[in-house]
Write a protein that binds this ligand. Sequence first.
Ligand code: ATP
Length: 365
Amino acid sequence: MAQIRIENVRKDFGSFTAVQSSSFTIEDGEFFMLLGPSGCGKTTTLRMMAGLELPTSGEIYIDGEEVGMKRASERDIAFVFQMFALYPHMNVGKNISYPLVSQGMPKAQVKKKVGEIAEILGITDILNRPVGGLSGGDRQRVALGRAIVRDPKAFFMDEPLGALDAEFREHMAEELRALHDRMNATTVYVTHDQLEAMQMGDKIVVMNHGVVEQFGIPQDIYDWPATKFVAEFIGSPPMNFLNFNGTVEPGAVTVAMSDVSFAVPQQIDGANGALTFGVRPEHIRLDDAAPFKGRVAATEYLGTTQIVSLDTANGTVKARVASSDPVSVGQTTGLHFDARTVTLFDADSGKALKSHANAKVLVNG
Ligand code: ATP
């Protein structure tokens, strides 16, 4: 299969920059997610890797070979689109075999290959059916079959599950991931859904306004967000941000916010001025003895946990605590933050002040 590396790739459409200088590497066999909000440049990045769009500058390498001048058809990549189009006049088997037949593969070999793919996808029993009456899931499987039948170097998928309803989407996501693991193929997958990216991806690139904000394994991106954008985009509810002014020396172990001293992780770069204290809802403990106080404004019951909204001197905070914790609206309580889970940001640049020693996080710029 394939390793794909992009180096300082940029794309301008006239005076508009859709993708700013971006660099990352997709390792052979990885399930790699391009994640970000609508319009951030995910599809453009994918299309440049596929050879469907020419970069304005920068290089793209597939298995170490610079492919800038290679056409899409020479890059040996299979695309699976959201709006997969099947040939309506052909049955399932013919749809899947089409890429092989048009390559001139001998009939017996085509039959064997289609049989193998149908087996992998669990559609052996519908090979002779017309595609017209198929369910959405079976149509998606046939489209996948047609993409994987010719053993391409990599699969590119642009929101392939976007049109499916939630329950079925989850089922297909599991199926896709299992298929990837069985085939060990390099897969690049575009999504705006952070949950999908976290569930399916080996690695994630998070993009915003054409900029790669961070790339790494899902857990590092969740635990050690490189920017406020990533901290907010990933996680539901998102990370809480408490704004304050202060000075942080490199390697500081505490910061002062609203006259309360908070322990922070030790791996910290210095900064002063407008700062943001970031903590995820599930890392907050409600403890009457804690000196930083908040007033409960609302509670949201979610079964085993509840989301508690608290008004504090530095803004509203959402805490995820056990449903069994006795909390009532109007009550004042203390908020305890565990130093190991806190992230400090420069409020103006939005960049994290902390570079955690264990995090395998690569940040652009
Ligand atoms: P979505 O999920 O909405 O497709 P995306 O992250 O995939 O979002 P892109 O499709 O890569 O975003 O588009 C990035 C930006 O580039 C958008 O503002 C889009 O309007 C613009 N863009 C994309 N293709 C072109 C084009 N051919 N000409 C001009 N602008 C374009």
